[in-house]
Design a protein around this ligand. Structure first.
Ligand code: HEM
Length: 305
């Protein structure tokens, strides 16, 4: 948690990572296809409440949109506590490192003043080059509504007959992505993404298809830095519809921890070590930020809302 802090110290009252974001509410409509994979009640046909948060993967609550390569979405589906499915997904198709220790090493190296710190990190973590390749070649979009969000981590789904599969999931946007350069995005202003998504959802609800990908035996389920082969079976299980942008300050996302180990019966963690590490880190972040009420909420410009 301390290694995540930017040079000026953590953004008090804010999430210690993905500190800049904007909250939303909507619905998740399950088509029922997911019941073949998991007995989770939120995958039975029907409509369930959704609460989520679009965000930037930075510990700087005032970062300009065009300076942050990776975006994220925290999501909670369901309302009764026994049924809740929480997830926190990112736009990158692979995680930069293969282990939680590797993530710590990355934070230490990128915060280090030692001239060789990053070079040494890259030498010790060859998987990082795949992420760099994505980061430098894949197009940016000018809207959260055009982004795809991926669980990256692998989870175990178990259906009503007791059959288990190891899966990952992604939210595929209905809005076609329009590529934009970071320079063009910068020209639109430091907080453009928040105003854009507010205006867009104000005009019409925005939707994403939730697609579950099922691993084959031997796939790297314990390593989110490794993509699975493109021919793996996928099952669209439902649609997330974002109906309303909610205030980030004092809104319904403020006091929620999108801990990826909060899963309903029918879903569980797998041999992927990240969710447990994330759960521990998110709890510390949550405890710290909720104990700093005097500093929360603030707008991204730094004023109180
Ligand atoms: C060991 C690795 C990781 C660490 C230490 C870490 C750390 C954190 C922390 C401290 C937060 C803020 C939690 C809060 O206060 O509520 C956070 C939020 C988040 N993380 Fe991670 N993270 C890790 C891996 C990942 C991975 C693999 C993903 C996605 C595939 C991810 C996606 C997100 C997202 C989307 C949020 C924002 C959720 C929200 O809006 O509240 N993280 N992370």
């Amino acid at each position: 948690m301390n290694a995540l802090a930017p040079p000026g110290g953590p953004a008090l009252g804010h999430r210690r990572n993905h500190a800049k974001g904007i909250c939303f509410t909507g619905t998740f409509t399950s088509n029922g296809a997911g019941t073949a994979l998991s007995a989770a009640r939120v995958l039975a046909p029907g409509q369930y409440p959704a609460l989520g948060r679009f965000n930037l993967a930075t510990s700087d609550a005032n970062a300009a949109d065009a300076t942050v390569r990776v975006r994220g979405m925290g999501l909670q589906i369901g309302s009764s506590s026994a049924d809740i499915w929480r997830s926190a997904m990112i736009t990158a198709p692979i995680f930069p490192v293969s282990t939680p220790q590797g993530f710590y090493d990355l934070l230490r190296a990128s915060g280090s003043k030692a001239p060789d710190a990053m070079k040494n990190f890259v030498a010790a973590h060859p998987e990082f080059s795949n992420f760099l390749k994505w980061a430098t070649t894949s197009p940016w979009t000018g809207s959260y509504a055009e982004d795809r969000f991926n669980s990256l981590d692998s989870f175990t789904f178990t259906n009503a007959s007791g059959q288990s599969s190891i899966v990952r999931w992604s939210l595929i946007p209905s809005a076609p992505p329009v590529a934009i350069t970071p320079d063009e995005l910068a020209k639109r202003g430091p907080d453009y993404l928040e105003s854009e998504i507010s205006a867009r959802v104000g005009k019409a609800p925005q939707s994403w298809t939730m697609v579950v990908t099922i691993s084959n035996p031997g796939d790297p389920t314990a390593d989110p830095s490794k993509a699975w082969p493109a021919d793996r079976r996928t099952v669209p299980v439902g649609t997330l519809t974002v109906q309303k942008i909610e205030p980030e300050a004092n809104g319904p996302c403020r006091d929620i921890n999108f801990d990826p180990t909060v899963l309903p019966p029918g879903m569980a963690t797998s041999n992927d070590p990240f969710p447990a590490a994330r759960s521990a880190a998110y709890a510390v972040s949550y405890d710290r930020r909720t104990a700093e009420a005097a500093d929360y909420p603030r707008t991204s410009q730094g004023g109180t809302q």
